[in-house]
Design a protein around this ligand. Structure first.
Ligand code: FE
Length: 234
């Protein structure tokens, strides 16, 4: 029987991108770790997008997509805005600097070191996701900085939403940590980030050593911006 150790897949490297689509009437963008160049002549790129996501619906409609390559210093709440919130509930572009590309697609400029846009030339139904293949229409470099890798994002306490192509359920992840004693933690119900009292949340004004109960009610999740009330003991 063929060996199937899916941990092997965790050794694949990724970056972190905002994939966008839209026109004058509607627009959206989302975090994606799967965006890659496929060929150089013609220059084509691909993205893998969950069928449940609003961005998928808009790419289908507009037949174009944009990709912003995020810089290493991209703050977690910015990633949370595009990664853990739905464009069905809010306009993600309300507080974000964006351009309109030649295809009419919005292109996120904030924290991007490069942006490109492509018109869809083919798509592959991959079950939960669609892989869109796009021919490059425009591309430019915005600044000189290191790109954010998926590994670095995880080091920075980043989590994976359930709609990510590489999502692994917590049960499976926990089962891999053999011998680890279960510790009760307050966990964000929106993004899965766990508050560690020993570390606190210095960026959010919470000193290391602060018990969760003593955090002010106005504090928000550093990853996705959810309120304190969205945390539950697990
Ligand atoms: Fe959160």
């Amino acid at each position: 029987m063929a060996e199937m150790d899916t941990k092997a897949l965790r050794n694949v490297s990724y970056g972190l991108y905002i994939v966008t689509s839209g026109d004058a009437s509607r627009r959206n963008g989302q975090i994606a770790n799967t965006s890659f160049q496929v060929t150089s002549q013609p220059a084509t790129v691909a993205v893998s997008i969950n069928k449940q996501n609003l961005t998928h619906e808009i790419i289908e409609q507009c037949q174009a997509f944009g990709v912003s390559v995020l810089e290493e210093s991209t703050p977690m709440p910015f990633i949370g805005l595009f990664g853990f919130k739905s464009g069905r509930d809010l306009d993600k572009f309300a507080s974000v600097q964006a351009d309109t590309g030649a295809t009419g697609c919005p292109l996120v400029i904030d924290h991007a070191i490069a942006v490109f846009e492509a018109k869809v030339v083919a798509k592959l139904d991959a079950g939960s996701h669609t892989v869109f293949l796009g021919e490059l229409v425009s591309c430019r470099v915005l600044k000189k900085a290191e790109p954010l890798t998926y590994a670095k994002y995880h080091q920075n306490k980043g989590k994976e939403p359930k709609t990510a192509p590489t999502y692994s359920p917590p049960e499976a992840a926990a089962a891999e940590k053999q011998g680890a004693a279960p510790v009760k933690k307050y966990v964000c119900s929106v993004c899965g980030w766990a508050y560690d009292p020993a570390k606190g949340d210095p960026d959010g004004g919470i000193a290391p050593g602060t018990p969760f109960e003593q955090i002010p009610a106005s504090w928000v999740c550093p990853v996705c911006g959810a309120g304190k009330a969205d945390f539950a003991l697990q």
